[in-house]
Design a protein around this ligand. Structure first.
Ligand code: NAD
Ligand code: SER
Length: 316
């Protein structure tokens, strides 16, 4: 990939929790003219950012090819997906969008030779992994979402080794951000809790207080994404999904940290069906391969993230 001005970037699923923040970062880095955002939903919100938007169902192969051809795309951030809790409600849709959507992006990259970012997730792991997931821990997920993510990682490795596709992936932990509400995942409680704390000051958490999961502030996740996409190809030995250095805290530790800023905040815990998905995931991940191969490290700890989340929500 050459100079910044030469990038011609397509973002799929751009209106989601990650997409909206990634668009801002890409636009800052490469200019809004370099980007076309797409999603199955409509929006007028991107006009003010100067970013072109086109409605696109990722399963529409012809529509996808038209955009790639017309805009001479050379980089795709493929974010269109169904997340864990929504996936369990509709496994067939989850498979279709997460696997066949990625297949469309991969197949066209053989012809048009663009670089791809395709996120994986800590949901690739299952309960046989134990508390800390290593890069090469077993991948035996118990959710359909996790199964689609393992499949996506295998497809990435295959298209890279057999068809020379330059695809890169990260196993994002639960991502915490304030701009856009998360879209039907299990880690959504760690975002909802901040919105509740800064408005009604009461939150009913849908996982138990001792539930501990790998998490990350969105700014670190966006930086990881951009750094991985800029890393020299020859340094990357993993194409499906790198574990990332992550935070690891329980729901109770999170609410206690919020209480340090919002003294009268109250949190109760009433686990629902999402507890089972959370229980199947590790408490933490070993992200040392990301540190070693492309130099990633975290900037936000729990304290800093909580302070920034609360002040951003209060000021917006
Ligand atoms: P999100 O649900 O907020 O956004 C996904 C977007 O995809 C939505 O805007 C939705 O409208 C769109 N979409 C759904 N079906 C589509 C279709 N058929 N065609 C086109 N667009 C469609 O999700 P997100 O949190 O932004 O996640 C983006 C990616 O990152 C996903 O692959 C997800 O699995 C992965 N990920 C997210 C997290 C997290 O905590 N947010 C953690 C791990 C992995
Ligand atoms: N945050 C995502 C979810 O809970 C994990 O991939 O579904």
């Amino acid at each position: 990939m050459g100079e910044a001005s030469e990038r011609r970037i397509l973002v799929t699923g751009a209106l989601g929790q990650i997409g909206m923040e990634l668009l801002r970062a890409l636009s800052f880095k490469h200019g809004s003219n370099a980007i076309i955002a797409t999603d199955i939903r409509e929006t007028n919100d991107l006009e003010k950012m100067g970013i072109k938007f086109q409605k696109l169902d990722i399963l529409d192969l012809e529509g996808l090819e038209d955009i790639i051809k017309n805009f001479k795309i050379n980089e795709v951030y493929h974010l269109a997906a169904i997340l864990s809790a929504s996936g369990e409600k509709n496994p067939s849709l989850c498979w279709d969008i997460n696997v066949n959507g990625l297949l469309n992006v991969l197949e066209l990259s053989r012809k048009y030779k663009y670089r791809i970012f395709s996120p994986s997730s800590i949901a690739v792991f299952g309960s046989d992994v134990g508390k800390i997931a290593l890069q090469n821990s077993l991948l035996n997920p118990s959710t359909i979402y996790g199964i689609t993510k393992v499949t996506g990682e295998l497809m990435a490795e295959y298209y890279h080794s057999s068809h020379d596709v330059d695809i890169r992936g990260l196993r994002y932990p639960g991502l915490i951000s304030w701009e856009v509400m998360p879209g039907g995942g299990t880690t959504d409680y760690a975002v909802e809790i901040f919105h509740a704390a800064t408005s009604s000051k009461k939150y009913t958490c849908f996982v138990s207080e001792e539930t501990r999961l790998p998490m990350m502030y969105m700014k670190d996740a966006i930086r990881a994404t951009l750094e991985l996409m800029d890393a020299p190809s020859e340094k990357l030995t993993i194409r499906g999904g790198y574990n990332l250095p992550s935070l690891s805290f329980s729901a109770k530790e999170l609410s206690e940290k919020i209480k340090e800023e919002i003294l009268d905040f109250e949190c109760e815990y009433i686990p629902d069906h999402r507890q089972e998905y959370a229980n199947s995931w590790p408490d933490d991940v070993d992200g040392s391969m990301s540190e070693k191969e492309w130099g990633f490290s975290l900037e936000y700890d729990l304290d800093l993230m909580c302070k920034e989340m609360i002040s951003s929500l209060k000021n917006n």
